[in-house]
Write a protein that binds this ligand. Structure first.
Ligand code: ZN
Length: 348
């Protein structure tokens, strides 16, 4: 087989991916065990979106190490009891799953992830800022930048005057610095007022972060503190109202030991409103819901037997694509984006 054969690199890539999966599975199991062994110290919480203690008794489900409840008032799915914030900090610091990802998965997959995830994400952010910002330019602060790939991509588009990332994890902060990014190495709650005022932040962006947190309300209030009045907050997270999560529940790969909060478009809106924001825009641009459900059915891990209409639509590629477009258009994909504008004086 020659190097020019397009099948060759694909096959090689598949082998590498399988290698990585095996290593990652062991690290993942370690992390689940870590949390499971500490369940006695978990803390009961009320709904992280609306604060209600009213749970739908019929909707509870368990996926090790967590128990998932559905808020009867706002339909948020949330883990309770859950690891307290300090335990989560220790958990992520020790996580072999994260270490494995950082050492093996990320370096090999960054080019593809940059192309497929981070570049389109940067373009979408620039579009959103163009639609809603009061003035061009200003400072964009990313909270939880990981390796800084999004920040690099948005910098390359040249629309914002300044890009700053807030990252408390030393290794990740160092990687961001090595890429020429301006880094504040601290938890967002601990950044002092003088530093914040000097930033003149017009946009705060945080991707796939809020679902991991013990107290999402505190995080959104911190984002309000970083922003100038009138500034934009862009958040992404999985949606409990999305097709694959609503259908597959605990069988969904998006439901894992790290994710404690699954908001809906409405319930995340409630939380933002309560923390000093007006909601400007909600979109669910996900591409994968139907494909994810189809794969689970093909693997025998989910069944649509007894629902022949749904089975036909999901399993047929053409109907499935049309269903995915419908889900995107009506807020029903599991991939949620929300845009809020900070009110002049936050109520909280
Ligand atoms: Zn609720």
């Amino acid at each position: 087989m020659s190097a020019a054969d397009p099948a060759a690199p694909l096959r090689e890539h598949d082998i590498r991916a399988d290698d990585l999966k095996a290593g990652q599975q062991a690290a993942l199991e370690h992390d689940i065990q870590y949390l499971h062994a500490r369940r006695a110290a978990f803390v009961e919480v009320s709904c992280p979106a609306c604060g209600a203690d009213d749970r739908d008794a019929h909707a509870v489900f368990i996926k090790r190490p967590h128990t998932y409840h559905t808020c009867a008032r706002c339909s948020t799915i949330y883990v309770s009891p859950r690891p307290p914030a300090a335990m989560l900090g220790e958990f992520y610091a020790q996580s072999p799953n994260y270490a494995y990802w950082n050492a093996h998965v990320f370096p090999r997959s960054e080019a593809a992830r940059r192309e497929r995830i981070f570049r389109p994400r940067a373009r979408r952010v620039v579009e959103i800022v163009g639609r809603h910002a009061v003035a061009p330019g200003g400072t964009l602060v990313e909270v939880g930048p990981g390796f800084g790939t999004f920040a690099e991509e948005v910098r390359a588009l040249g629309v914002m005057d300044r890009i700053v990332v807030i990252e408390p994890t030393p290794d990740l902060a160092a990687t961001c610095r090595s890429r020429g990014l301006e880094v504040i190495e601290a938890p967002i709650e601990q950044v002092d007022e003088a530093t914040l005022a000097a930033l003149g932040t017009t946009v705060v962006a945080s991707f796939e972060c809020i679902e991991h947190l013990f107290d999402p309300g505190a995080f959104v209030r911190s984002c309000a503190r970083v922003l100038q009045p009138g500034g934009l907050l862009l958040l992404t997270c999985p949606s409990a109202a999305g097709f694959d999560i609503a259908l597959l529940r605990g069988e969904s790969d998006a439901v894992d030991h790290e994710h404690l909060n699954y908001f809906t478009p409405d319930s995340l809106g409630l939380l933002l409103e309560a923390c000093g924001f007006d909601v400007l825009e909600t979109i669910t641009p996900g591409l994968l819901d139907v494909e994810l459900v189809r794969k689970k059915v093909q693997e025998g891990r989910a069944s649509l037997r007894g629902q022949p209409f749904l089975e036909r639509v999901v399993m047929d590629p053409i109907l499935g694509d049309a269903l995915q477009s419908f889900l995107q258009a009506h807020g029903l994909s599991s991939h949620l984006w929300m845009v809020g504008r900070r009110r002049p004086s936050p109520r909280t």
